[in-house]
Design a protein around this ligand. Structure first.
Ligand SMILES: [Fe+2]
Length: 242
């Protein structure tokens, strides 16, 4: 049991802030997403957002289409300590760029709420495939991000993860990974990441990328966010009854 109301955003934020020293630990992160991702609680949490106009406004301002096949709904943002997000997969936008090999600057745990997620992990290896290596970071103010070409490096696959609804996983920072099959539209994951330990992450691509030196984040309007959460609650209820 978490010592907080798992269906209330403010209560969850207080709980995470009280336990900030645990926010890089695998067991803490996995336990948290497992509990919050339980179907009944998760529906209540989403309903709580819809019923609170100031939360809708706050969350919409931090949420956007990631240009990489998913909508990023940032439920609580307390960077550099942590961020709690819902990812709605299969949401291609006009400016989508292909799924790329990448790592992160924080440890993360995630639970599959609906649908599935398949990805592969990699490490640096002399025997690996030569890829274009980019540094990725936010521009000052975090309203847009950039990719900077660093040269070429070799990376090799170390394993595959096939996850369906109810499964959870932990991914340490620095672990290179790539979604290798685009999740079906309707796949949903809940993710908590811990302390940010560096300002940049690494991206790897088969080909040189163009138009990636200043990619704007376009926040959702309150209506756009409401629509997404209403659809999500509808899918969760449908799925519970099915
Ligand atoms: Fe990732």
């Amino acid at each position: 049991m978490l010592e907080c109301d798992t269906t209330n955003i403010r209560s969850l934020a207080n709980y995470l802030s009280r336990n900030k020293s645990d926010l890089c630990r695998k067991d803490f992160l996995l336990d948290f997403v497992g509990k919050i991702g339980e179907r009944k609680n998760f529906i209540k949490l989403m309903m709580g957002i819809l019923n609170n106009p100031s939360l809708v406004k706050e969350i919409a301002a931090n949420s956007y289409n990631h240009n990489n096949d998913f909508d990023k709904i940032v439920i609580i943002s307390e960077r550099p300590k942590y961020e709690l997000r819902v990812h709605l997969w299969g949401q291609k936008s006009g400016g989508s760029i292909p799924a790329l090999h990448h790592n992160h600057s924080w440890n993360l745990a995630s639970v599959i709420i609906l649908g599935y997620l398949h990805f592969q992990t990699y490490n640096f290896s002399e025997h690996g495939k030569s890829m274009h290596h980019y540094e990725c970071g936010f521009k000052p103010g975090e309203k847009s991000y950039y990719f900077k070409h660093l040269g070429k490096d070799k990376i090799q696959s170390t394993g595959e993860m096939h996850l369906s609804a109810g499964s959870k996983y932990f991914l340490p920072e620095h672990t290179i990974h790539k979604i290798y099959e685009s999740p079906q539209k309707g796949s949903v994951t809940l993710m908590l990441h811990g302390w940010t330990t560096r300002k940049i992450s690494d991206i790897f691509s088969d080909a040189i990328l163009s138009g990636v030196d200043d990619i704007p984040k376009k926040p959702f309007s309150e209506n756009e966010l409401r629509k997404r959460i209403e659809n999500l609650i509808g899918s969760l209820r449908e799925n519970s009854n099915g």
